[in-house]
Design a protein around this ligand. Structure first.
Ligand SMILES: *[C@@H]1O[C@H](CO)[C@@H](O)[C@H](O)[C@H]1NC(C)=O
Ligand SMILES: *[C@@H]1O[C@H](CO)[C@@H](O)[C@H](O)[C@H]1NC(C)=O
Ligand SMILES: *[C@@H]1O[C@H](CO)[C@@H](O)[C@H](O)[C@H]1NC(C)=O
Ligand SMILES: [Zn+2]
Length: 565
């Protein structure tokens, strides 16, 4: 067993990954942190079998299912969606469909309360600490993946649910190894350790496998560094390991998704990774529907698959669905992309409600955000102007592409004409580049027909980093404002279908109260405690260096995150 596990996650491999992403951090500490991650996977490999049997006896299933009738839980996370995103999207929807002012989003009709979001070490949380509050019901530091401020792992509600017999699933539109899904089924000191997260997700962690179904993006974290489309630091083919050692079914494309027949043909455990990294923003994805499934399609497929798998079991299922890229649109300050992301999330929320209406098993839906992103404001005062009491959804309706997409088009076009190579050439080609930008990107993509010469000049001068300029152009025309490219501390909304126990998260609550609700509803409070104990027994505490690096990383996570997406 040790010889089988050893090559999977060498400390060299893990350190290469992190060093690449965070070159500023000291390498000795990185090595230490990597040892810790390796430890989580392998330290206890020797004793797993023995302890496992003993543990099974300790966590006698009978203790827990006495009181619990069959129930399902769907937890939805709208990453980075603050209250202003709802106002923006509601008005946008009314505008494009010519609806009256009393027409609201489905989410609006299920408003439940608000959540305070600070982390243990900052008033402004990141998604890792935010999701750890949901998975463990406890505050931790920015960057922590179900690890507490004392650097010890905490048992998650999904691990506990799986242990007592629930069937479990994760659906996202970003990397399935990204912070939010990761906190439910893995434990690492820092969110950047996605090589380790991927392995833990498929069942290589000390608890074995805690999730039965994963749909989303981030395929590159599962492919070896030698493969095209792989972004691991090591040579492990995690998709193969998943299939051959842990029995996962696997698909990596739309064709394979369609073959699941809306969930009817899913054999668990099943892994679907439909993008190398992020699934494209909904505004762009709609034009590539034959390549990528949407969030609502993945969610309804998961619901059907889990319903089918639990048809004859005593326990129901626990599914986490994340509208992952609302956050990215916020980081990019792209309001046109954001309203489409929120609409798709709203559609998914409705799909879950419809599922509940038709389900014979008691099912509760709770939805919230980990934090707000962008400091979005639904009006701006232009410099040198008086305030205008309005904002203009039409400007967002005119856009056909995200600023992320337009910026990448500009980058590759500029490279293709040698714009970056030769300064002289660059000056000469600028006039024609400006014309191309306007005709090929700004008019059809942003829907802006009156770009100023200044704006086109700025785009041509910053062809390698134009995203913020595109975003500023459309935000200005829509009169939509942003205060940051990072996160903010504003309270976020909670939505629910209602149902047993949901009164506990009415009103203004702490994000950890949402996490406590999840485990309470599934009746796994005690099991979470057992799992925490088991994790602590089986993993080595990291060294001093790794611990301080884990916290240091918190101060740069914003820049890492914005850069990375
Ligand atoms: C919205 O207002 C119209 C009248 O202005 C009314 O007929 C309709 O029932 C209202 N809809 C809702 C959902 O309240
Ligand atoms: C791939 O990872 C292995 C370690 O697992 C390393 O020895 C090798 O140099 C890496 N190759 C590339 C191309 O990065
Ligand atoms: C561009 O046109 C829009 C709508 O016609 C107008 O509101 C806006 O002020 C114009 N912007 C610039 C920079 O000319
Ligand atoms: Zn974010």
């Amino acid at each position: 067993m040790p010889s089988e596990r050893h090559p999977l996650l060498s400390n060299r491999g893990e350190s290469a990954e992190i060093a690449q992403q965070k070159a500023a951090l000291r390498s000795s500490r990185i090595r230490e942190i990597a040892f810790f991650a390796w430890g989580l996977l392998a330290t206890a490999a020797f004793i797993v079998a023995a302890v496992w049997i003993q543990h099974d006896a300790q966590t006698d299933h009978g203790n827990h299912d006495k009181v619990a009738p069959k129930r399902n839980l769907v937890f939805m996370v709208s990453d980075g969606m603050g209250p202003a995103s709802l106002s923006l999207t509601r008005s946008y929807r009314q505008y494009i469909n010519d609806l009256p002012e009393n027409d609201t989003l489905v989410l609006d009709q299920h408003f439940w309360g608000t959540s305070r979001t600070r982390s243990s070490n900052s008033l402004v949380t990141d998604s890792a600490a935010g999701a750890t509050a949901f998975s463990c019901g406890l505050k931790s530091y920015n960057g922590a993946i179900s690890i507490l401020p004392d650097f010890e792992p905490c048992g998650s509600v999904m691990e506990a649910a799986k242990r007592v017999g629930y069937t479990t699933g994760l659906v996202v539109t970003t990397d399935i190894t990204d912070a939010t899904p990761a906190t439910f089924v893995s434990h690492v000191l820092r969110r950047e350790m996605q090589d380790s997260i991927a392995l833990q997700e498929i069942g290589e962690g000390v608890l074995g496998r805690s999730v039965d179904l994963m749909l989303g993006g981030g395929r590159c974290h599962f492919l070896p560094n030698s493969t095209e489309g792989g972004c691991r630091a090591d040579e492990v083919d995690v998709t193969r390991l998943a299939r051959e050692k842990h029995g996962w079914g696997y698909t990596d494309d739309r064709h394979g998704f369609d073959a699941l027949d809306g969930g009817n043909k899913v054999k668990l455990p099943f892994l679907g990774l439909f993008a190398e990294r992020d699934v494209p923003f909904e505004i762009d994805r709609q034009k590539q529907n034959d390549v990528y499934p949407s969030l609502s399609e993945m969610a309804t497929t998961a619901l059907r698959a889990l319903e089918k798998a639990t048809k004859d079991t005593d326990k129901g299922f626990f599914l986490m669905i994340e509208g992952s890229r609302i956050d990215h649109a916020g980081h990019f300050n792209d309001p046109a992309a954001q309203v489409r992301e929120v609409l798709e999330y709203d559609k998914t929320f409705k799909a879950v409600l419809d599922f509940i209406a038709n389900s014979k098993t008691e099912t509760v839906l709770v939805a919230t955000s980990d934090h707000e992103t962008g400091g979005l404001a639904t009006a701006i005062q232009e410099p040198g102007h008086l305030p205008v009491y309005n904002w203009y959804p039409r400007a967002l309706a005119n856009a056909a592409s995200s600023t992320e997409y337009l910026a990448s088009k500009l980058r590759s076009y500029a490279a293709s004409i040698g714009h970056f190579n030769n300064p002289k050439e660059r000056r000469k080609s600028k006039a024609s580049l400006k014309k191309w930008i306007n005709e090929e990107l700004v008019v059809p993509g942003l829907g802006i027909s009156n770009a100023s010469d200044e704006e086109l000049e700025a785009l041509a001068d910053n062809a390698e980093a134009s995203l913020e300029i595109f975003s500023a152009m459309i935000s200005l025309r829509a009169h939509v404002g942003w205060s940051t490219h990072g996160h903010t501390a504003v309270d976020v909304n909670i939505y629910s279908s209602g149902g047993p126990g949901t009164q506990a998260i009415r009103g203004n609550v702490e994000n950890t109260d949402v996490g406590k609700f999840l485990r309470h509803y599934l009746d796994v409070d005690d099991v979470v405690e057992d799992i925490t104990k088991e994790l602590r027994e089986k993993t080595e505490k990291p060294g001093e260096g790794a611990m301080s690096m884990a916290l240091e990383g918190g101060s740069v996570v914003g820049s890492y995150h914005a850069q990375e997406i």
